[in-house]
Design a protein around this ligand. Sequence first.
Ligand code: SF4
Ligand code: SF4
Length: 257
Amino acid sequence: METMTDKKQKYGMVIDLDKCNGCGACTVACSIENNIPPALEKMNKRNSLTWLNITTVSNNEQFPKSESVFVPMFCQQCEKETPCMTVCPQNAVDIDPSTGIVGQVPQRCLGCRYCMAACPYHARYFNWWDPTWTEGMKKQLNPDVSPRMRGVVEKCNFCHGRLHAAKQKAASQGNREINPTDYVPACVESCPNKAITFGDLNEATTAVAQSAKNENTFQFLSRLGTEPKVYYHSEKKWVRAMAEKSLTRTQQEGFHG
Ligand code: SF4
Ligand code: SF4
């Protein structure tokens, strides 16, 4: 049951890289919330599923000047010219105009993987195998999120199931708008260092909107014009300087500001 609302939200995040210590709590919470199956023995980094990857990047200096940061990387929720949506022949990718969230419709996906090639952030994952759960794990599956089948692509959707639940709660209370505190993605909730700020970028008073405008807040690969709704923040110049370079999952190279 959806609420009827005229309000247009633009959900986004700001991740403070100076606070992230790479603990991986967000990765675990994301997997559990979204029914991402555990890796099989035959899987490797290229064919396993993790909607949220943490990449380590260093400034490539010698001790004592050496520094490194952890960069949580997932779907950047591209607002403009959304590359994965533009190339999909099946209309299996859509952007919800009322929330700005880029969604994936597994039932329409034919598995051609054009979207994976088009995504500049390596944020999409192909299901090479049907999900396999151990007996104990089946009890903790999230009933609000459908497991995806073999042969389709998937990705982070800002825990859309949680947004749906917040909408249902608002509707049951007779409200047209959700309470913002009822919609918090799992990674945001689980971060022990409170490194991730989430909310409506269209609402100037929200912490996320104000943080997005901070002079030390940046988007990755902004030159592509995709206008990600996931922002990053760092007071360190060399960290901000890496934003226009491509990150790969195995990257260990250094960056200089
Ligand atoms: S980051 Fe990749 S998957 Fe996410 S909206 Fe942009 S192109 Fe699509
Ligand atoms: S893999 Fe699926 S979502 Fe991606 S482009 Fe092909 S049909 Fe569209």
